[in-house]
Structure formats: C-alpha cells, structure tokens
Design a protein around this ligand. Structure first.
Ligand code: PHE
Length: 341
C-alpha cells in the first residue's frame, strides 16, 4: 500500500480510538472525510498522478474512505449507547434536595366547598350519598309530586337521551331512591352534578352542582330546618349568618321556602351584590310533601321531614368571590389554581 495512505490510516485509527464523545467523533469525520478533509484531499490530489499508479491509488483511497466512514459510524453508535446508559443511571440516582419543577395541583373550588359542607353535615349525623347523573322521568319528576304535563316541569328543561332517560335537573331526583334504601328515620345529604337546558351567561350554566339534604323523623319541623341551615352556613362562612325564609313553590315540599342569607359583602346594609336588599337567595327548601314520603315508602302520618337543595355552585361563588359562573367549568388552570387547599 502506498506509504502515505498507510500513514493516514494509522493516524485515523489512533485518533478514532482516542475519541470519547459524539462531538469528538463528528470532528474526526470532518477532519478526514469533510470537504477539506485529509482523505478528500488525497482523492483530489489524484489528478496530479498519472499512469497505472493512478488507478491503484484511486482504489486504495476509496477503500480507506469507506473504511473510515464505517468505523466512524460504528464508533458514533457505541458512544451514543454509552451516553444513554450514563443518562439513565444519573436519572436513577436523583437528589431529593433539589427544587422540584413539578407544580402543585389544587382542588376545584366546588370540590372544596362540597367537602366542607359534607364535613359539617357528617358531624351532625348525616350520611353522604352518591347518585347517578342519568335518571328516569319517574325519579326526576313523578316521584317528586310533579306529574306529566305539570307546569313546574317548564322550569327544568333538560337533555333527554334516546332511551327516554334524562340528565338530572336537580339532586332531588335521588330523594325517592334514598328514602327507599334507608327508610325512616333518616338524615342524608347527596351532592351531585345537575343539568338544565339553559342559555349561559355570568349567572347561568347548563351544568352546575347542588347539595340536597333530607331529614326525616318524628316531629321534624321548620325550626329544625332553620337550625341546620344556620349552623352549616355560619361554619362555611366563618361568621354568624342571619337567615330568613320567604314562601317558594316546589311541588315536592309543603310548605316551600326560599332561604335567604344576610348579604356577606355589606353585612345587610344593601349593596350592588344583593341588589340593595341586604339579602342573598341561597337555598330553596321546605317540608317534604306527604305524597313524596308515601312514594318513598315512608308513613307520612308517623313521620315528617325537611328537604333543601343547596346551590353548591352558588355557594362556591359567594365564598370565593367568583363573579362569572362560566369560569368554574372553563377548565382554566389560571383561574382554578388560585384555590389552594
Ligand atoms: N330541587 C329544587 C331545585 O333545584 C330545590 C329544592 C330542593 C326545593 C329541596 C325544595 C326542597 O329547584
């Protein structure tokens, strides 16, 4: 072999053996095979050689070229594998004292309020029940003393499924099943997602949360209802909350009420939030209608009870000062991450 070529190959081998990382291998590729690389130069120099020697040298240089190319590719692959193994090892031996790049999550404001209310009622002996979001007409309306074609249905238009079932419009849809499950006496709360076919604005959503509560026993009266609501609201708002009842119509309670609380922003003086009335509407409620007790398998001569339908979404908005209801379903982390536990 031509001495010059032989020396070049030896130098190439030496330098390749010394290369320790991908960068060094790449440099060698440029130095030997690049546009101005040494092997490329040799090939270019062929034009000054003549006779049979030219052909032989040409073949030798080309052999060296493919040899160098293959050797570089192989070395690069070996190094890449080693580098990867080193990275994996480094990742396994992590340092727990380093600051974390992972951001802490947070609970949804409705979850926060729901848990708080659940805890308060649980401490007063109420069980917490779950119920499906898809229900049938009987549970959502008929078992609640709202027969077909009753005008009260107009207030609660919802989404119907092809099989005749519907998305529940209120948590009251669970009353019948829970009465049948436990019988009387009974204290239960049941939070849930509700749906109504509404056009949305800052105060209305087609999807919202309620927390229903029922208490059934001998001699239950409106004063029991007022006591439980007042206790719960004072704990949620961490201050003494005044409540008042106004008449309200719901076919499944008799008498029925709207429960208002004294405005927490102005303390009852009157402000834009309470439309200058000093009161905020929070929770429809009433004494359970005898027909509803009867359909739930409970003797209405022996037992009475109250029911309320607390607007959890409303409560969360008041507690955290959220002005637009749509923020709650927006999935915007920027909004929701402000409510840390
Ligand atoms: N279910 C009623 C609604 O969502 C509220 C309610 C519940 C009223 C319990 C009275 C008693 O409109």
């Amino acid at each position: 072999m031509n001495e010059k070529i032989e020396q070049l190959k030896a130098r190439f081998n030496e330098q390749l053996a010394a290369a320790e990382d991908s960068g060094a291998v790449e440099k060698l590729r440029v130095a030997f095979l690049g546009k101005k690389g040494e092997i490329t130069d040799l090939l270019k120099g062929l034009k000054d050689v003549s006779g049979p020697e030219k052909k032989e040298m040409g073949q030798e240089i080309n052999r060296l070229k493919s040899y160098a190319d293959e050797a570089l590719t192989q070395k690069a692959a070996e190094i890449k594998e080693k580098e990867l193994a080193a990275r994996v090892e480094a990742a396994e031996s992590y340092d727990i004292t380093l600051p974390s790049a992972v951001e802490e999550g947070s609970y949804h404001p409705i979850t926060l309020v729901q848990r708080e209310v659940e805890q308060i009622f649980a401490s007063m002996g109420f069980t917490i029940e779950d119920y499906s979001e898809i229900v049938d007409d009987y549970h959502c309306f008929e078992a609640l003393n709202i027969p077909k074609h009753h005008p009260a249905r107009d207030m609660q238009d919802t989404y119907y499924l092809d099989n005749g079932q519907l998305l529940k419009t209120h948590t009251s849809a669970a009353q019948n099943a829970i009465m049948r499950k436990y019988g009387a006496p009974l204290r239960a709360i049941f939070p849930g997602r509700c749906f109504r076919n509404e056009s949305t604005d800052a105060c209305h959503e087609n999807t919202f949360f309620q927390m229903e509560g029922i208490m059934i026993d001998k001699n239950i009266s409106i004063s029991n209802l007022i006591y439980f609501m007042k206790t719960m609201l004072s704990e949620v708002f961490k201050q003494d909350v005044k409540v008042r009842l106004r008449p309200g119509f719901f076919p499944f309670v008799e008498p029925g009420f709207e429960l208002d609380i004294s405005c927490l922003i102005c303390g009852g003086e009157g402000c834009p939030t309470c439309k200058n009335s000093g009161w905020l509407e929070l929770c429809p409620c009433g004494m359970i209608h005898p027909n509803v007790l009867r359909d739930g398998g409970i003797d209405s001569n022996e037992y009475t009870g109250f029911a309320f339908g607390l607007g959890l979404t409303r409560l969360a908005m008041m507690k955290y000062g959220i002005k637009d209801i749509r923020d709650l379903n927006s999935g915007s982390l920027k909004t929701l991450a402000q409510f840390k536990y």
